[in-house]
Design a protein around this ligand. Structure first.
Ligand SMILES: Cc1cc2nc3c(=O)[nH]c(=O)nc-3n(C[C@H](O)[C@H](O)[C@H](O)COP(=O)(O)OP(=O)(O)OC[C@H]3O[C@@H](n4cnc5c(N)ncnc54)[C@H](O)[C@@H]3O)c2cc1C
Ligand code: SF4
Ligand code: SF4
Length: 351
């Protein structure tokens, strides 16, 4: 259990926001009148005079041993892992990869396992957090938005949070677990957490500015990080961000350009594969038309087994070399985070 200490918002601002460490997960906003979501940012409008509050207990950037990645388990070793894709072809067509995130949500909603899903709607350039209460709304939010939708803020306002699924980036999955176990005035019941793998998010304003330079008036309908050199048709460099326009043509931002517009708050993040999720989903690096899925909890296992048995998803055990690649990528992200933490990220004794 995390305890709430005096001067919560002041310390959140000093430790996290002023140090450019905020991930914009949204966990601190939603119940606090001083914290507001503006696009992909969470801002403090004023200083709160209360000595206690839930904001600092919820924040995944406020150090505890786990949030700084020091004790993250090598979860890949134990979670059953699958190569998978949605059975429905139309769903796959609109999906970022194999459509497994959406297939799982749609099946869970149709089978009345959830009342709705907290997703990132809007478009590729300006995501907006939404509660999807129908299959159509879930499908309308397909595709990855590589900037933050501070969707955890909405969770506080949902009376049926325990019956909701949240599509969460790793920092958001951690924030949700923290809210659900913290000593806070209004704790939430834990939703089903569908985590997404995440190497890092982009800054919304900087992305729009960079895209403006290459789009020349064309509307972006899809963004895609080239996941691996293996599928690269020599057209896009590894780490480049591919832009697809409504007109049907495409362009790219180079790895150097995307590096310059990445969020500062992502630097000390040690979690690649959403280790706090019930089910974690990323791209299969050997074939981006499929997902790589890790089933982490009993709740996740029950949902996964039933969705596969109902033929909503085609799944096969992940290949050992795919898992070895994932372990390598997880390790590299942890190492980068340790370097960033050594660079001045707050430590437990700063609190
Ligand atoms: C910032 C970011 C970084 C990523 N980095 C990696 C990576 O390094 N390696 C990797 O394997 N995969 C990464 N992914 C995940 C990958 O891009 C796909 O989203 C994932 O494989 C799911 O594909 P799908 O076809 O099942 O999704 P779809 O069926 O297309 O559904 C995608 C779902 O994700 C939701 N969503 C989209 N953007 C966001 C967002 N910003 N915040 C919350 N929910 C969102 C949508 O609302 C939708 O419900 C990243 C995703 C994001 C958003
Ligand atoms: S990381 Fe999340 S909880 Fe922490 S300050 Fe930013 S939005 Fe708030
Ligand atoms: S890299 Fe970490 S902090 Fe940044 S968006 Fe992804 S999970 Fe959140």
């Amino acid at each position: 259990m995390h305890s709430v200490e005096p001067g919560s918002l002041q310390r959140l601002i000093r430790l996290v926001m002023d140090n450019d460490l905020c991930t914009s997960c949204g966990a601190c906003a939603g119940t606090c009148p001083y914290l507001r979501v503006h696009g992909d940012r969470v801002v403090a409008l004023d200083r709160c005079t209360r000595d206690t509050g839930h904001c600092i207990a919820a924040c995944p950037r406020v150090p505890d041993a786990r949030s700084l990645g020091e004790l993250l388990p090598a979860a890949t070793d134990v979670a059953p892992a699958y190569r998978a894709r949605a059975t429905d072809e139309a769903m796959r067509k609109r999906a970022q990869n194999g459509g497994v995130v959406s297939a799982l949500l749609c099946w869970a909603l149709s089978a009345k396992r959830i009342n709705g899903a907290l997703v990132a709607g809007g478009d590729a350039m300006r995501p907006v957090a939404r509660v999807a209460r129908s299959v159509e709304e879930i499908l309308g939010a397909q595709g990855a938005k590589y900037t933050m939708a501070p969707l955890v803020a909405l969770l506080h306002r949902l009376p049926d949070a325990g019956e909701i699924a949240v599509v969460a980036l790793p920092c958001q999955a951690t924030a949700i677990r923290r809210i659900a176990t913290a000593v806070v005035p209004r704790p939430i019941r834990t939703p089903l957490i569908i985590g997404m793998h995440c190497a890092g998010a982009l800054d919304g304003g900087a992305l729009r500015q960079s895209v403006h330079g290459v789009a020349r008036g064309r509307r972006v309908v899809r963004l895609d990080f080239v996941p691996s050199a293996r599928d690269d048709q020599a057209r896009y460099a590894r780490g480049a961000l591919r832009l697809e326009f409504a007109s049907g043509d495409s362009a790219q931002l180079t790895p150097e350009q995307t590096d310059r517009i990445s969020r500062a708050g992502c630097r000390p993040c040690a979690d690649l594969s959403a280790e706090d999720a019930d089910v974690s989903i990323g791209v299969d690096p050997s074939d981006p038309s499929h997902n790589l899925v890790q089933v982490r909890t009993r709740r996740g296992q029950e949902l996964w087994a039933d969705a596969v048995a109902a033929d909503a998803i085609h799944a096969f055990p992940a290949a050992p070399e795919t898992l070895a690649d994932l372990r390598g990528a997880e390790q590299r992200k942890r190492s980068r985070a340790r370097l960033a933490i050594g660079d001045g990220t707050p430590r437990l004794d700063d609190l």
